[in-house]
Design a protein around this ligand. Structure first.
Ligand code: COA
Length: 416
């Protein structure tokens, strides 16, 4: 099947998660992504958290499908020469090295632009250029703390908490992918490449915008009416952690269902949206709440919202999370079971849509991975296994004009 990004060649100089998530997405959509890795070791995630001895870890396989792997020591003169050749004939170079590493390697933006003025150079860093922390190396949780997620996540009586969702890593990669596609469209118009950069702090902040909204409301009003702290608790001058409260203005909470004593995920998320109040009352068998002035408006409900949640939990006590959602969905109430990873892995709908998919791998057999969350009417990306270290070195070098003897010499010299 012809894919929209067929013909786009990407030098994938990324490692760990933020960069690889971006280039994997572009590979799914047809780009030829050549992952450049250090000979002998490769991306550190190949060996991190291994579940099978001597086989690429799932951490690697789940972030590098649909790519080719070229081993190349880009600090050696022959390695630099090969990288220069690749730059001349590629469209995009993506990297997420520590600050200054690409420059130290001799491939500054100016140099790359000189080699190929049409090239798009896309970077992930912890902090943006010129930021007072621009020199810092950054991992996921560091970014969550720097971007406002940690200070606003968790419970008010506990410490700042990071999310399990990769807001700093994969999320930054997704932002970068949008930047790269935008720069490619821009290049069609101008004929020129450009530098695209996303900092992990900025990408986290972009997802925390409602908390910046709340800071300004708090500054003006001194309270936040949809937070559990209102009206009985106290507010300081910073946005507090709101536990499981809804961030969009609809009160909601994680509520216990049948079996919660033994199953850590026997819960649903229940949202009390203003316009859903009448159906909620009907679903719960509390029709008298519909017109009761203590319940009929969001403002009237807020002072005793936890009593309301308790009543809903009483109603949920003899229902599994699935049974509860099956009843509530008939009343158009926004809710969901809290799903464990085990349940997600087996979910037939996620499998049918390709959001979860099994992929063959040369050494580990098949593995389960996350497929494209973006669905198109005219294309369904086929997810293929991740490459072994240097699996495509010979093929890529042959494409650059290197013969068998040259390749042997490069291998013996530790260049590939
Ligand atoms: N050939 C030769 N050298 C290579 C190479 C190759 N193919 N690939 C990488 N290297 C070198 C780099 O040039 C660098 O050398 P230098 O520091 O001597 O100049 C060295 O390997 C280390 O690179 P670096 O990226 O700094 O790795 P690290 O393990 O020290 O740090 C991170 C890891 C993730 C903290 C760091 O890369 C970083 O902060 N990246 C930006 C933010 C980010 O993406 N974070 C991770 C999100 S998952």
């Amino acid at each position: 099947m012809s894919l929209p990004l067929n013909g786009i060649k990407i030098i994938d100089f990324t490692h760990v998660q933020a960069g690889p998530a971006c280039t994997q997405l572009l590979a799914w959509f047809g780009a030829d992504v050549i992952k450049v890795e250090r000979p002998g070791s490769g991306d550190v995630t190949r060996t991190q958290l291994r579940d099978i001895p001597d086989v690429d870890a799932l951490y690697f396989t789940m972030l590098n499908s649909n790519k080719r792997s070229l081993t190349l020591d880009t600090k050696k003169p022959d390695g630099k020469k090969i990288l220069e050749q690749l730059i001349r004939e590629s469209d995009v170079l993506v990297e997420n090295f520590g600050p200054g590493a690409l420059d130290r390697m001799g491939f500054s933006w100016e140099r790359i632009n000189e080699l190929n003025p049409k090239m798009i150079v896309a970077s992930v860093k912890g902090f943006s250029d010129g930021h007072h922390y621009e020199d810092l190396k950054v991992y996921e949780n560091v970014a969550q703390c720097a971007g406002g997620a940690a200070s606003t996540t968790g419970f008010w009586d506990g410490p700042p908490t990071v999310s399990a969702a990769a807001l700093g890593d994969s999320n930054t990669g997704m932002h970068l992918a949008i930047g790269i596609l935008t720069a490619l469209i821009g290049r069609d118009k101008t004929g020129k490449g450009q530098k695209v950069a996303v900092s992990m702090q900025d990408a986290v902040l972009n997802l925390c915008r409602v908390k910046l909204r709340d800071q300004q409301r708090l500054d003006r009003l001194g309270f936040l009416e949809e937070y559990p702290q209102y009206p009985h608790g106290e507010f300081s001058d910073v946005v507090p952690r709101g536990g499981n409260a809804g961030g969009g203005g609809q009160p909601g909470w994680v509520l216990k269902c049948k079996g919660w004593e033994n199953d850590p995920n026997a819960y649903i998320y229940f949202t009390i949206q203003g316009h859903a109040w009448e159906p909620i009352c009907k679903a719960l068998g509390k029709p008298e709440w519909i017109s009761d002035p203590n319940y009929s408006t969001a403002k009237a409900r807020q002072p005793h919202i936890f009593d309301i949640f308790k009543t809903i939990e009483d109603w949920l006590a003899d229902k599994t999370k699935y049974e509860a959602v099956d009843i509530l969905r008939k009343f158009d109430i926004p809710c969901s079971p809290v799903l464990s990873m085990k349940e997600i892995a087996a979910d037939p709908s996620l499998r049918a849509s390709g959001s979860i998919t099994e992929v063959p791998h040369k050494e580990r057999g098949t593995y389960l991975t996350v497929g494209s969350p973006i669905k198109f009417s005219d294309l369904k990306p086929e997810i293929t296994g991740s490459p072994l270290l240097g699996e495509h070195s010979d093929e890529v070098l042959a494409g650059l004009g290197y013969g068998t003897d040259d390749i042997k010499r490069l291998r013996e010299g530790g260049v590939i």
